[in-house]
Design a protein around this ligand. Structure first.
Ligand code: EPZ
Length: 416
């Protein structure tokens, strides 16, 4: 029986919320840390299921890893080779386990990672990761559900990504920074988490230039020295609380954020009538007198993030007028629509677009979280719904949101 979350709607959120470290930066930095000699200390990591699974995987692989008393993660890989196979039972829980492909090849020239299981937001292919690894001189075979890769003649190369894939960019950065010669990744992903990875590796002695743009240049080095690093705050967690404030008719202060990472989300919140302003303490979001309609197209960064698409559907379900939400990054990321319609929303799917006909009220219901962000979006809808909502399989939400019931309760939500 998975955990359930129960929310009583109708409370306007008030007060301040402190944003945790970014899940999607923490996961790749945990993987990358095995490439360093010595002990890496990662600060500001969120204590969520996904980071705990990554810790378990590293333990299985023979890496000394533990949380210290300050809550930082200490990672000390051994001098000798570690187990180069990610354990299937653990890695099928977590798409990010595919990041060990680049980390293991970068560390010891050999990696066996299980093909990530299909996720609820679409098939998660690895073709761009594999194309890049081969370009850098690795032999890559797919057998028995595993990607088996080994450096043959590692040599810097120019790689063009057909799509600016976040994971492929991260894997190829990790490989290329230890591959002799110069490499260039073209049409690279520009997400802030990519920049965090490059900054982290550069503190270890890597030579990576251009992260955050679509052209990343890397000079291979032979060794990387461990160090201490604090990861960036989670822009998606921040956006989730900002939308919750807007839908609930409240006003909150969101602390510990990097405003530029939130500009696409701030722009859309202002379009729907929320009042948003940046202060030295953080970002203040105040619900507008009503929720206006708008259109959304999810795009790679700096476009509107796909990880905020479900949360916007919940908000626009109570909008004045009809909104169109187009999902351009994943091919199957609208499962939440059926759940929102059970709560009284009027959303219908037309291919990659969701047509959201705003309605006056949502009603509490028993609903199911299908993935992490859909689960968060159901919390958002439940805050504004009349009556009680029960969210089943809330375990998805705990995968990526640190202390979610504590943070929402502190803002005045009736959640347990
Ligand atoms: C990362 O996933 C994030 N996960 C996702 O966040 C996020 O939604 C996604 O980037 C897009 O921003 C982590 O960082 C752990 P992609 P990733 O490779 O790397 C296609 C969350 O909720 N593609 O950029 O798997 C793919 O099918 C999660 O925190 C290929 O075609 O995303 C998809 O349509 C959900 N071939 C598109 O690219 C490939 O080889 C984007 O995928 C790789 C990807």
């Amino acid at each position: 029986m998975q955990d359930n979350l129960v929310i009583e709607g109708g409370q306007a959120l008030q007060g301040s919320v402190r944003i945790s470290g970014a899940k999607n930066a923490g996961l790749v930095l945990i993987a990358a840390s095995i490439m360093a000699e010595g002990e890496t200390i990662l600060d500001n990591l969120p204590r969520i299921c996904d980071t705990e699974v990554m810790v378990e995987i590293l333990l299985e692989m023979g890496v000394d890893i533990h949380w210290n008393e300050e809550g930082s993660l200490c990672i000390y890989p051994p001098d000798h080779e570690i187990n180069c196979t990610t354990p299937y039972e653990l890695s099928k829980k977590l798409r990010a386990s595919n990041l060990f492909l680049g980390a293991l090849l970068g560390r010891q020239g050999k990696a066996i990672v299980s093909m990530p299981g299909g996720c609820d937001i679409g098939s998660r292919p690895m073709d761009l990761h594999i194309k890049g690894a081969r370009a850098l001189g690795a032999n890559v075979d797919i057998e028995h559900g595993y990607i088996s890769a080994e450096n043959r003649e590692p040599c810097g190369s120019r790689i063009y990504l057909d799509f600016p894939s976040v994971g492929a960019t991260e894997n190829l950065i990790m490989m290329a920074c230890k591959t002799p010669g110069s490499s260039i990744i073209e049409n690279a992903a520009k997400e802030p988490e990519i920049v965090d990875l490059a900054n982290f590796l550069n503190t270890m002695g890597a030579k990576i230039r251009g992260a955050g743009t679509d052209i990343i240049k890397i000079e291979g080095v032979s060794r990387l020295q461990a160090g201490r690093y604090a990861i960036i705050p989670d822009r998606i967690e921040a956006g989730t609380y900002m939308i919750a404030a807007a839908i609930s008719g409240g006003e909150i202060l969101v602390e510990n954020i990097i405003p530029t990472h939130l500009h696409p989300i701030i722009a859309k919140l202002q379009e729907v009538g929320a009042i948003v302003h940046e202060t030295d303490q953080g970002i203040i979001v105040k619900a507008g007198p009503k929720i206006m309609r708008t259109d959304i197209k999810t795009m790679p960064y700096p476009g509107f993030p796909t990880d905020m698409q479900s949360q916007m559907l919940s908000l626009l379900a109570l909008g004045n007028g009809t909104s169109i939400v187009v999902e351009n990054v994943f091919e199957n990321r609208f499962q939440i629509v059926d759940e929102l319609n059970r709560m009284g929303a009027k959303i219908k799917l037309e291919g990659h677009a969701a047509v959201v006909q705003g309605t006056k009220s949502l009603y509490g219901a028993r609903v199911k979280a299908t993935d992490l962000r859909a689960g968060a979006a159901l919390i958002i809808a439940a805050l504004a719904a009349q009556g009680e909502t029960v969210i089943e399989d809330a375990i998805h939400i705990f995968r990526g949101y640190e202390n979610v019931t504590g943070k929402f309760s502190k803002l005045g939500a009736k959640i347990r």
